[in-house]
Design a protein around this ligand. Structure first.
Ligand SMILES: Nc1ncnc2c1ncn2[C@@H]1O[C@H](COP(=O)(O)OP(=O)(O)OP(=O)(O)O)[C@@H](O)[C@H]1O
Ligand SMILES: [Mg+2]
Length: 206
């Protein structure tokens, strides 16, 4: 298989962030939380919430290639100093055309390096609703009573100075205010996948 990849770093719009453009590929492939149901009660439950929706899926069994981008992700998140050691959140944008393999690269990276992270959450970033439902799930699984709805899950990341990883997948909608949904803190790791070539400009707000 021929890899057709290009990379660029150091955008000013995404301070301290990196990104990688994945161009089209051809593939031959086909804690013990003590919360009762009453506690879980319908307080500010976002539409579309499904219990466990932020479990990180595994990459396809047919995953092949993409060594270049996997190495770049490995260098950025693993080989270099950890985010909590440098006191800076790490953020990496994988952008490219639909079907190019962005999501699969993020999932394969998570599979290969899961031991390097304290926890990995997968957030479907297609819409504000899907993001809010995901943060609500994270609140529920971490035992935060979501009296304040999804924001309890959002705040969990800021409060936990661990080497967590969030995959924000399919943040394609140019209308989405992605920045307001990225925990703003001095630790943690985020991978965004997006088709939106304008995301770096939009990311100036982040
Ligand atoms: N490295 C790979 N090895 C084998 N198959 C792959 C690989 N990457 C992607 N695929 C196949 O291509 C399909 C599309 O990949 P993926 O969902 O990662 O694309 P994407 O860039 O995230 O697309 P979209 O922008 O639509 O979300 C996958 O379902 C998988 O079947
Ligand atoms: Mg995708």
């Amino acid at each position: 298989m021929t890899e057709n990849l290009s990379s660029s770093f150091g955008t000013q719009m995404f301070p301290h962030a990196s990104h990688f453009n994945i161009q089209g590929g051809i593939f031959n492939a086909a804690q013990n939380v003590n919360i009762t149901y009453a506690d879980r009660a319908q307080v500010n439950v976002p539409a579309g919430y499904i219990e466990g929706m932020t479990d990180c899926p595994t990459s396809t069994l047919l995953f092949t290639g993409r060594e270049t981008v996997l190495n770049i992700l490995g260098d950025y998140f693993i080989t270099d100093l950890m985010s909590k050691d440098i006191g800076r959140r790490k953020l990496f944008l994988l952008h490219g055309l639909g079907g190019a393999g962005k999501t699969q690269c993020a999932l394969e990276f998570a599979r290969k390096f899961k031991k390097s992270f304290s926890v990995i959450y997968f957030i479907t970033a297609e819409s504000e609703n899907s993001i809010m439902a995901s943060y609500y799930d994270i609140a529920m699984r971490n035992g935060s009573l979501p009296v304040q709805g999804w924001e309890s899950g959002f705040r969990w990341f800021k409060m936990h100075e661990a080497n967590w990883l969030i995959i924000m997948d399919n943040a394609d909608d140019p209308q989405l205010s992605l920045g307001r949904f990225l925990p703003s803190c001095d630790h943690g790791n985020i991978i965004i996948t997006s088709r939106n070539p304008d995301l770096m400009q939009i990311a100036a707000k982040i």
